[in-house]
Design a protein around this ligand. Structure first.
Ligand code: OSB
Ligand code: MG
Length: 370
């Protein structure tokens, strides 16, 4: 692939509703889009999911932009790249910054797929034509408001509900949900808000047949999760704590997790995510694809990864209208009444990028020409 131009677009997009987690609240998201163009004029798109602040991860969008402009893009333009999965070798010297790497690698993967007339899902080894959509619901001011939203999402067809929890908003909402809605597929995500002193809370949650408890303890921990996992029967799912294959193997050896939430932006790219799915299957660790409130562009890579046969749990991949009033792709992502999403079979990411809209909404733009 001979790359001749790379564009970065910075947009700020309002979410259709506020999203609150144990680490903070979000009303709008910074969205950085990467477009790579090769000499024949074909293009590819990727998305940076880094946030305003270093809360989910140390990587903020401004830091990622700096890494892209100063290191990752120059390294790419100075190298020869045949296949998108080789991008990892080109940037291997750069320690960290998985989100910045992912954004550029996605664009290269889309470009390669388009040049070869194949879909990204097939290129990434996916197979399923339909994936299962769950929905991740933020912390609400009251349990009544939470229940209203859950009712709405179930009516829309979502196959699984995940609620965000934090100390003070955990056992009671789960108990109310079970009382009102019975045995629905339900899980919780704490984003690292607890420590082992909250064992009582986890023992309470353990009575509610949750599918899993996601990232209950510190964001960088494996040891304390392995202690907790021996004291409760609900499976522990790790998100923040697993950033590479070594972590996954170590967590498996320690018994820290039974399930892993695989997000390309956390593990340094879609090809690492694919390999993590394969490794988790080998280790007998359950896997599903998580999200970072992506636009339709980033979402297409999540859908492609979720089409892997190894993915056996519902994913945090919801319809465009759950995140945005208007998406920047056409058609927008939608779900069926059974809570599934179709995997498009067109070449590249499989949806059309609405370039006019992106240009109109862009606050800043940078271009590098080779
Ligand atoms: O922990 O899974 C998480 C969103 C932003 C940051 C972290 C997380 C999330 C979500 C939303 O849960 C998942 C989605 O994109 O629907
Ligand atoms: Mg999570």
């Amino acid at each position: 692939m001979e790359i001749r131009k790379i564009d970065l677009f910075f947009l700020e997009l309002r979410l259709s509703e506020e999203f609150r987690t144990s680490f903070g609240s979000l009303q709008a998201r910074p969205v950085v889009l990467v477009r790579v163009e090769e000499k024949g004029g074909e293009e590819g798109w990727g998305e940076l999911v880094a946030e305003w602040g270093p809360w989910y991860s140390y990587e903020t969008y401004e830091v990622s932009l700096l890494m892209l402009k100063k290191f990752l893009i120059p390294m790419l333009l100075e190298s020869k790249l045949e296949k998108p999965h080789d991008f990892r070798k080109i940037v291997a010297r750069v320690r960290g910054y998985p989100m910045a790497k992912t954004a550029l690698e996605e664009a290269l993967t889309d470009l390669y797929a388009r040049l070869n007339g194949v879909s990204v899902y097939k290129l990434l080894g996916g197979a399923k034509r339909e994936i299962v959509s769950g929905v991740s619901i933020g912390i609400k001011p009251t349990i009544d408001e939470l229940l209203r939203e859950i009712h709405l999402r179930l009516e829309e067809g979502y196959a699984r509900i995940k609620i965000k929890v934090e100390p003070g908003f955990d056992v009671r909402p789960v108990e109310r949900i079970r009382n009102e809605l019975g045995d629905i597929p339900l899980q919780v995500d704490a984003n690292g808000a607890y420590d082992l002193s909250s064992l009582r809370t986890f023992q309470e949650l353990d009575k509610f047949q949750l599918l899993m408890i996601e990232q209950p303890l510190h964001w960088d921990d494996l040891i304390e999760h392995s202690i907790l996992s021996r004291k409760i029967s609900t499976p522990i799912c790790l998100d923040e704590s697993i950033t590479n294959m070594q972590d996954l193997v170590l967590g498996w050896r320690l018994g820290s997790l039974e399930v892993v939430n695989v997000k390309p932006a956390r593990v340094g790219g879609v090809w690492n995510a694919k390999e993590m799915l394969e490794l988790s299957e080998k280790l007998g660790i359950g896997a599903w694809i998580g999200g970072m409130l992506e636009t339709g562009i980033g979402r297409s890579f999540l859908v492609a990864l979720a089409s892997h046969e190894s993915v056996k749990y519902p994913n945090d991949i919801s319809a465009s209208n759950r995140y945005w009033l208007e998406d920047i792709v056409e058609p927008p992502w939608t779900i069926t009444s059974k809570g599934t999403m179709y995997v498009p079979d067109k070449k590249g990411i499989g949806v059309e990028v609405l370039f006019d809209k992106i240009e109109r909404y862009s606050r800043e733009r940078w271009s590098t020409v080779k």
